[in-house]
Design a protein around this ligand. Structure first.
Ligand code: VGL
Ligand code: ZN
Length: 198
């Protein structure tokens, strides 16, 4: 079975010193690089927001980072400004083996909708195109690693499982934000969707 490694958002802003720091976000780098040769395909995702994105607390009067608001498409956590298109924070960690990637898919570029998942935006309808890419390459099995386990990895894994891919998440090669129990909820949701947690 054709097997792809999906590396989620290993970008400067999600690592120590970045705008939306995930604790020990950089600790997974070596392990992810070491895993790449074992796969038929490697896909990297890149969070890629325009300045003033609707997921930024700074775009909403009186709101602070990590507040929860209701958007037309449902609940949305507000974040510090991060991964702005073309910024250093949006770049991959300098030592990530980007040369090994067959495909880099960007997400979160729609100003009005966030996109945690690599497959569909947070409206749960607008596709990113990744499903079509994987299917046309005959890829059926996915291993995921990256940042953050309880947001972008979680949503990507659950969507992939719903779409019928065989999905495993390498928890040892992920790190979490863990906001108000989001990590426990994410683990539960992934297991319920049929994702294998390793
Ligand atoms: C992410 C929050 C906002 C992630 C991206 O990569 O998990 N989290 N944007
Ligand atoms: Zn983002």
């Amino acid at each position: 079975m054709t097997h792809a490694l999906i590396v989620i958002d290993v970008q400067n802003d999600f690592c120590p010193g970045g705008a939306l720091e995930v604790p020990q976000g950089d600790a997974i780098l070596r392990g992810i690089n070491a895993l790449m040769p074992d796969f038929d395909a490697v896909v990297l995702t890149q969070d890629w927001h325009p300045a003033g994105h609707s997921s930024f607390a700074s775009s909403h009067d009186g709101k602070s980072p990590y507040d929860l608001i209701t958007m037309p498409y449902g609940p949305q956590v507000l974040w510090p400004d991060h991964c702005i298109q073309g910024s250093i924070g949006a770049q991959f960690l300098p030592d990530l083996q980007v040369d090994r990637a067959d495909m880099i898919i960007r997400k979160g570029y729609n100003p009005d909708i966030d996109s945690y998942s690599a497959f569909v935006e947070n409206d749960h309808r607008t596709p990113t195109g990744l499903e079509g890419y994987l299917r046309t390459r005959g890829i059926e099995r996915l291993t995921m690693a990256g940042l953050a386990l309880d947001f972008c990895v979680n949503f990507s894994a659950v969507d992939a499982a719903k779409l019928g891919f065989d999905v495993e998440v390498r928890e040892d090669l992920c790190r979490a934000i863990d906001l108000d129990g989001s990590l426990a909820k994410a683990r539960e949701g992934m297991r319920a969707a049929g994702v294998t947690l390793i």
